[in-house]
Design a protein. Structure first.
Lengths: 499, 499
């Protein structure tokens, strides 16, 4: 491996004087908007992971491609790091600024450049909101499938950077499965045109490589999206269970029957109560767990699948199965789930949203484990899952103003992710590694894989100027973080036997 | 970009004496089987692209992982290039040996290590045959979806290296969409464990990067495959058309209706006649084109879709639509298509199989273009397509013993691929670049993308020892090859206006 990536990644950033950077940027493009006053920088101090805050050296707001290239070339020449930011809704601190870095805000790239209904393709700038694509496609009977809960606000460029999912990704895939091509500027400001309309492209898979690369390899400046025909019908079943285990088994039974629901979501009692109190979704507040199962497609198929799912839910011990009577009720059922995070946020001053994945067969065991860890750390946890694809979102409730609680919440979060890795899962399903889970990467991967990541990073960005300190930990950091490396469940999680 | 990859890639390989390499390999592992006599090397001179033949320096046949690592470490230390080979069925010369390189034959890694029917996962060694996986999974009602025409012989490791497709990839995806994880040895013989059971993995997407990397980044030593439940029913419709255009329009109509067939294949008259003469599939030999449309899934759904497809075919001007009456006839319909290559091979002493992709809306125009080029080069072309995903397989008929015909066939093939690129397609759908299409990569990509490929190659293999001269052309080669760079159809194909 050709590992030339230096340790600057991890904080030892070169410090260039603010006035020098400002002057260089203004020289490069006199019309570029640059924010530099402390009060102007404040709104950009954090992304959706608000517990981490850093004011950037400068914020730039380019409005056309040549300005982005000028920013990159200028920063590259000065050795100043650059953090790209979309809508700032990310939950892992991927767009957290650097004190000595420039924050490159892509918000002004918000145009839908073209929509070809026949080819089912939309070409958009990276700042276009996720939901805006489906809105523009709706008159043609089409939509853009990935639907993160933040879809009203999050941008397509950010979706690519984090390889965003959503409640429908079990059936329709992640962002990478719904993007045909991206235009990228390298750290030197050079253009790369990646992907195309074919299923596969010759050469190494740069398209997949850019997805989920969290701004470490380049800056996305254009995206070609695949659109799908809107399903003829969609029906949602809401099943309540007297135990989380029973709900977990129902998930397995539905998938084993060969049914692929459009969405298959689980919530536990604290999450149900919080959502119900917040949006009045009509959830049964006494249930230990609920499943939301959406079936979509052509009428006959959906009818048949719905009947089969009802049987399976009953066999798995569902206490009650209800079906949304109309579109309004269907929207309400989903609103509870999609607002689960802010809903839980009302239960306690702060919450910390985790994002681990596990093999589905481990669901019940991991939930038991989370309960044990929750008691040990003396913090409540509400659980929301993309059950169908084994993606957990435990929400840890805490009070940042209570001495020691933030630290305890972080510790609990770390333990939960390590538990996910120990059973053969991973530390992030769809929220990315960002700044938040940089230490857990040391649990997820061995030295070989980390070296490969660094070699790829070095191939694109030798001096580590693009979003340093995110996504991939240095080997030094992993040596310090110490603990264990568990891989594919092969090495034991010390406490796992208790669960 | 950190471009350190040197030009050795393209032929200026270091030459190490055969006896020295042999002695070093025997020292590294006395039990390793090494072939070195000329007659023992002869069977390994080519892969499925038999027009290119080179006897390797040595052939090694390791039978366990540590031997593969020993071969890689030894060759790395000596600076000797290594070409990995699976079953040798590849059609682009990806496993073509190097005169001064070691051929690493993975044929002895042919064990299915485990099959978890509940999790729908199989863990296999790379030398396992594609079809053997489905055979092992059949008792559980499962199968492995990608089905290249060579599936009876081709190996899973080779499928990963070339990101193989098949007639069902429109609905079920390419190899990359059906593989959950790979174990890889680097050029230094270090192990990488890539992927897992989750939809997405943290870090850069090494799994996608390895797929289609044609042995340039590492050697695959283990593969975890996703298995699918066998569809309840499958029905095949055979439609004949009086013109290729009409058949092309029918393809568009079926997809526009939101139907995703399990397979949607087109053959033109020369291909139909050849297949019929060879396997008696029951094809209408006077049709200008036929479509084979397979619908699979649950009974009710398939019945409804089949009725709708019949209507669409009729509206598009199908002269006749027949449905396979039983499994035997269904197998016959497919046998004609799957044996189209050898069937066409009976029409002329040699044939040259191309593998381009195009946007589906360009199908009729590109077929007209191929006809014009065929006349200009005075060579017959039979056409077979994965119509549903725009993947063309023009088969150029020629006689290698007739002076100048091979050269003319290669020239025609090159022009056909450039035509594909000019309309926004690509030079390979599923057969890979290998040795064969190295020049066409210069037409497909600009300098920026090629530099990115080289940077990635250098990250994994700084000295260019893994399969040099395949997959990615040097910038020097592209400068020599000259011609045009056409990208996303933006630059005109000089002759395109005629079509």
């Amino acid at each position: 491996m050709n590992l030339r990536y230096d340790e600057r990644l991890d904080g030892a950033i070169q410090r260039v004087d603010k006035a020098t950077v400002l002057a260089a940027l203004q020289r490069a493009d006199a019309t570029l908007e640059v924010l530099h006053e402390p009060e102007a920088l404040r709104p950009f101090e954090c992304d959706g992971l608000a517990a981490y805050r850093v004011a950037p050296l400068l914020v730039v707001l380019p409005s056309h491609l040549e300005q982005v290239a000028a920013v990159l070339r200028t920063c590259h020449a000065l050795g100043v790091p650059v953090v790209a930011r979309g809508a700032g809704t990310g939950l892992s601190g991927g767009a957290l600024p650097l004190e000595h870095g420039v924050l490159l805000v892509m918000a002004r790239f918000h145009r839908i450049l073209g929509l070809d209904a026949e080819a089912r393709v939309a070409r958009v700038e990276p700042g276009v909101r996720n939901l805006a694509v489906s809105e523009a496609a709706a008159p043609h009977g089409l939509y853009y499938a990935p639907d993160p809960s933040s879809q009203i606000a999050c941008s397509i460029g950010g979706n690519v950077a984090e390889n965003a999912g959503g409640v429908h990704c079990l059936k329709y895939g992640l962002t990478v499965h719904n993007v045909l091509g991206v235009d990228v500027l390298t750290v030197e400001g050079e253009r790369l045109a990646i992907g195309g309309e074919a299923l596969d492209a010759p050469g190494f898979d740069l398209l997949a490589l850019m997805h989920g690369s969290e701004g470490l390899l380049g800056v996305v400046t254009g995206v070609t999206l695949r659109l799908l025909p809107k399903p003829e019908v969609a029906r949602v079943l809401l099943a309540s269970f007297a135990s989380v285990d029973a709900a977990a088994h129902a998930v397995g039974a539905i998938l084993a029957a060969g049914i692929i629901p459009g969405g298959l979501e689980m919530m536990d009692n604290p999450a149900i109560r919080a959502a119900e109190a917040f949006v009045r979704a009509g959830y049964p507040v006494d249930a230990a767990a609920i499943l939301l199962c959406e079936l979509d497609g052509v009428e006959a198929d959906v009818r048949e699948d719905a009947a089969r799912v009802r049987e399976l839910l009953a066999s798995a011990g569902a206490v009650e199965v209800r079906e949304a009577a109309d579109d309004a009720e269907r929207a309400r059922f989903w609103a509870g789930r999609k607002n689960a995070f802010p809903a839980v946020g009302r239960l306690s001053p702060d919450y910390y949203c985790m994002d681990g994945t596990i093999p589905k067969r481990e669901l019940a065991r991991v939930l038991d484990g989370i309960e044990v860890l929750s008691r040990e750390h003396d913090l409540r946890v509400a659980n929301v899952f993309h059950a169908g694809d084994g993606n957990l979102h435990p929400l840890i409730l805490f009070d940042a103003n209570a001495p020691g609680e933030l630290k305890r919440a972080e510790a609990l979060g770390g333990r939960i992710l390590e538990l996910c890795v120990a059973v053969g899962g991973s530390i992030t399903g769809e929220h990315g590694v960002g700044r938040e889970k940089i230490n857990q990467m040391c649990a997820q991967f061995g030295e070989g894989e980390l070296v490969a990541f660094h070699a790829i990073k070095a191939a694109f960005d030798e001096h580590g100027l693009l979003n340093p300190g995110k996504g991939v930990p240095t080997l030094n950091r992993c040596a310090e973080f110490g603990t264990m490396h568990v891989h594919r469940g092969a090495v034991a999680f010390p406490e796992l036997e208790r669960f």
